[in-house]
Design a protein around this ligand. Structure first.
Ligand code: ZN
Length: 138
């Protein structure tokens, strides 16, 4: 993690995606986005884990690229590296939504939104992503 925000010098910074192989950060005090030196091959393991997780949930490389800001070529190489195979899924399908915290709370308040489906909520920078899956209706 960088020590401080280059603009206001506060240390209240969080990771906020990867742009062109650079880790992007957001300063929570002044809302300034900044990147640090190239990560090259050492992209944070956090993103590798998230990419593998999303792949298992049935998302395409392009969808994962859009969410994580990591190229689909890189994602494809991770899938190969970890020899990941998706189980065949016939009864379940997953969808995902990206929320701000307030939107997430609003969504969760309605029981019909969360009943009868599995949910994973995972943090991405200053937003939250919810993967949701349910049985196909017959
Ligand atoms: Zn700042």
């Amino acid at each position: 993690m960088p020590n401080s925000c280059p603009k206001c010098q506060n240390q209240n910074v969080v990771k906020s995606g990867i742009i062109k192989n650079r880790q992007r950060f957001l300063c929570k005090d002044c809302n300034y986005y900044f990147t640090v030196k190239k990560l090259g091959k050492q992209i944070d393991d956090y993103f590798v884990t998230k990419a593998l997780q999303l792949y298992l949930e049935g998302l395409s490389y392009r969808e994962i690229e859009r969410i994580l800001g990591v190229s689909h070529v890189t994602i494809s190489s991770w899938i190969k590296k970890y020899n990941l195979k998706r189980p065949p899924r016939s009864e379940f399908h997953s969808s995902y939504k990206v929320f701000k915290q307030s939107e997430l709370i609003e969504f969760m308040q309605k029981e019909e939104n969360i009943k009868g489906s599995g949910l994973i909520i995972t943090e991405f920078g200053d937003k939250y992503m919810m993967i949701r899956w349910e049985r196909f209706r017959k």
